[in-house]
Design a protein around this ligand. Structure first.
Ligand code: SF4
Length: 363
């Protein structure tokens, strides 16, 4: 029987999540070995190509303009700067570069053209290129595909039910809409979430239902542990325990057997033993570099030492899917359409987001 199914229910996922740990680990590791090389872990590098000043109100994010945090904002990087960073990442074992811009949505114009050039440049370095730029129209997704984009990241963050307690400036359906636009191209989908934002275990299962019932399932699912940053509405959240991370990774692996499961933010709080259990449970990617967009991350050398200790190898690029062809800007048949993605403005208020905004104003 195939392990792949698209009709998961919340009850089935909760049953998996709550299994005795040894059984959960055994099941997850068995599925993992069937579909992936258990000794290969992809090293990805996350580059913040435009930091801070975002108009959205995601309750976990230090880049939202409305909160008062210590991050240093920067304008969109140059293509040369990005290329230099990508070469450095490649030399230290990364096979994928993910570029993040703190935008609500992509706007056609000089900045998007520059991002397209960054995508072309990194693709030519024989690395997988991923972008996370906010909401996208279908035309923008097609232009990114033409530039040689390998993956587009757009996280669901949490369950549909809990989404209203985290973000008020857009709705859960808006996320699905952008994912749908990406699916109209050959770009793969990267979408996951964050645990430790005050959600229930049912919400974690709800998020996995939303991801696992997509057909096709996302090729990549990052699982983040909240990094509670001072000044954000979630600054006082208790850190999640390693056991919750292991359960979440194992459950993700079981319900999405073919997917690349990415152990993402929050690794600085995890011991090597904890991370090793996550790899055993099916995580097969980490993010390298001392910063994850704006939050701390283990040093690359430390990660390479851990790989050595565990006998892990960094995964080569394009193992799961061939390198996309690049169309040069001058040869493109697609033109900017100046459209904005349509999104809903739910208009509800989230108490802790409002409080953080007022606190920032007072500062
Ligand atoms: S998570 Fe992204 S969309 Fe939300 S505030 Fe941060 S940068 Fe903006």
């Amino acid at each position: 029987m195939s392990d792949l199914k698209h009709n998961w229910t919340k009850e089935e996922i909760l049953e998996i999540y709550n299994k005795p740990l040894m059984e959960l680990l055994y099941d997850a590791a068995t599925i993992h070995r069937k579909h992936h090389d258990p000794n290969q872990v992809q090293v990805s590098t996350l580059l913040s190509i435009k930091t801070g000043g975002c108009p959205e109100d995601c309750g976990y994010c230090p880049q939202a303009a409305r909160y008062h945090t210590d991050i240093e904002g920067n304008d969109l990087m140059t293509v040369q700067h990005v290329k230099a960073q990508a070469l450095r990442a490649k030399a230290s074992g990364s096979s994928r570069v993910c570029m993040g811009a703190a935008w609500r949505n992509v706007k056609d114009g000089e900045e998007f053209d520059r991002v397209l050039e960054m995508v072309r440049t990194i693709n030519k370095l024989e690395m997988e290129v991923c972008c996370t730029l906010g909401m996208l129209t279908e035309n923008q997704a097609k232009r990114l595909a033409e530039a040689g984009l390998y993956a587009y990241n757009h996280n669901l963050d949490t369950s549909e039910d809990y989404y209203k307690d985290v973000i008020s400036t857009r709705a859960f359906e808006d996320r699905l809409e952008t994912i749908d636009n990406v699916r109209k191209t050959n770009v793969t989908v990267c979408s996951g979430g964050i645990i430790g934002m005050g959600e229930s275990v049912e919400d974690r299962a709800g998020m996995l239902v939303a991801l696992a019932t997509l057909d096709p399932q996302p090729e990549s699912v990052p699982i983040n542990a909240l990094v509670a940053v001072e000044g954000t509405p979630m600054e006082d959240m208790e850190p999640v325990s390693i056991w919750e991370m292991i359960r979440m990774v194992a459950t993700t692996r079981i319900v999405m057997p073919m997917t690349q499961v990415r152990l993402s933010a929050g690794r600085t709080e995890m011991s090597r033993e904890g991370q090793a259990m996550c790899f055993f449970a099916g995580a097969n990617s980490i993010f390298a570099g001392d910063k994850l967009l704006t939050t701390p991350n283990p040093d690359v050398n430390e990660d390479m030492e851990m790989f050595k200790q565990l006998g892990l190898q960094p995964q080569a690029p394009f193992v799961k899917k061939a390198q996309p062809a690049t169309v040069e800007a001058a040869d493109s048949a697609l033109s900017p359409q100046g459209e904005k993605p349509k999104w809903s403005r739910p208009g509800h208020k989230i108490e802790r987001n409002e409080e953080a905004k007022l606190k920032a104003r007072a500062k």
